[in-house]
Structure formats: structure tokens, C-alpha cells
Design a protein around this ligand. Structure first.
Ligand SMILES: Cc1cc2nc3c(=O)[nH]c(=O)nc-3n(C[C@H](O)[C@H](O)[C@H](O)COP(=O)(O)O)c2cc1C
Ligand SMILES: Nc1ncnc2c1ncn2[C@@H]1O[C@H](COP(=O)(O)OP(=O)(O)OP(=O)(O)O)[C@@H](O)[C@H]1O
Length: 142
């Protein structure tokens, strides 16, 4: 039986922190699907610069990823119902509450565990955050 994992996020300016998260998520099973957040659902920080289709295509080109798909605009559990994963990998700093997600999965009859991935600390002068990369660009070129 294929063990299917879901990762998700905005993935606006890809950096090695994203690669770390997606490789770790891929190692949780056999097949990795990535749900790319729609702009309307990125409400806790600045809206992404790149269109959702571009963010999906770049994520989909990463080696760890089997398939990247656009998230649903209104109901974030619809892609999960369609994929029917065995594992949902939350990012180390994602604001989502694992217990609340598990309760909703239960309510919808989806048999799936929620795992929390680890964070990757920057080495030397790496910048492992989209927001920090954009801040640096504005500082230097703005
Ligand atoms: C299990 C799960 C499924 C998600 N599915 C979607 C989705 O279908 N559509 C969407 O726009 N956002 C979805 N999201 C939300 C985003 O991926 C994301 O958490 C947030 O909007 C973007 O912020 P972040 O990249 O800082 O996490 C989902 C989140 C979780 C935890
Ligand atoms: N340094 C990192 N180590 C591990 N995972 C990371 C790291 N940076 C981002 N991720 C994970 O990648 C996923 C998508 O992240 P997101 O697109 O929000 O990028 P971000 O760089 O964290 O953005 P921002 O800094 O603008 O909030 C999230 O699950 C997040 O936890």
C-alpha cells in the first residue's frame, strides 16, 4: 500500500528551508503531494508576490515532490478529501493547530495522522525565510 503524504504552504520565493521541509515530508511516506496556498488564504502575512500557478509549478519541479496542486479557495479540506492522505506534514512554524485539524479529519471520515516537521537553521549567511529574502532585497535595491 502506498503511503501518501501532504505538505502545504505559500512557497513564494523558494529557499533551502522549503527544500528541507519537503524532503522531510517526502520521507514520511512514499508519495508527496503539496498543496499550494491561494492568495486569499494567506491572511496572516503579506500576500505572495508570485501567482499561485507559478508557485505550484516551481514546487512541482522539486525532486522530493510527486505532485503540486493549487489549494482550494474556500474549503482547505477539499483537496485533502480528494487525495485521501495517510499523513499531513505541518511545517515547524505553521500556525495551524494539529488537534483542530485532526478533529476536522475525523469529522469528515479521513483516516490520517498529523505530524510536525522540523525547522532548518541557517548556516553562515543563508536566508531561510521568504519574508527575510524580500526584506533584504528591499534593503539593498529599494
Ligand atoms: C492541512 C492543510 C491544508 C491546506 N489546504 C489549503 C488549500 O486547499 N488552499 C489554501 O489556499 N490553503 C490551504 N492551506 C493553508 C496554507 O497552506 C497555509 O497554511 C497558509 O495559508 C499559508 O501560510 P504559510 O505558508 O505561512 O503556512 C492548508 C493548510 C493545511 C494545514
Ligand atoms: N527554515 C525552514 N526550515 C524548515 N521548514 C521551513 C523553513 N522555512 C519554511 N519552512 C516551511 O515551508 C513551508 C512553506 O513556508 P512558507 O511558504 O510560509 O515560507 P516562509 O519562508 O516560512 O515564509 P515567511 O518567512 O514569509 O513567513 C512551511 O511549512 C514552513 O514551515
Amino acid at each position: 500500500m502506498t503511503k501518501t503524504v501532504i505538505a502545504q504552504g505559500t512557497f513564494d520565493v523558494i529557499h533551502p528551508g522549503h527544500v528541507h521541509y519537503l524532503e522531510e515530508a517526502a520521507a514520511m511516506g512514499d508519495e508527496l503531494y503539496v498543496i499550494v496556498a491561494r492568495k486569499a488564504n494567506v491572511d496572516h502575512k503579506e500576500a505572495p508576490i508570485c501567482p499561485a500557478t507559478q508557485r505550484r509549478d516551481v514546487v512541482g519541479a522539486l525532486e522530493a515532490v510527486d505532485e503540486a496542486i493549487l489549494g482550494h479557495e474556500e474549503d482547505i479540506f477539499i483537496p485533502i478529501e480528494e487525495i485521501d492522505p495517510d499523513v499531513i506534514a505541518l511545517g515547524h512554524d505553521q500556525h495551524h493547530d494539529a488537534t483542530a485539524i485532526e478533529a476536522e479529519l475525523d469529522r469528515r471520515g479521513i483516516d490520517c495522522v498529523v505530524e510536525r516537521a522540523s525547522g532548518r537553521e541557517p548556516t553562515d549567511d543563508e536566508i531561510l525565510s521568504t519574508r527575510l529574502i524580500i526584506d533584504r532585497i528591499l534593503e539593498r535595491r529599494g
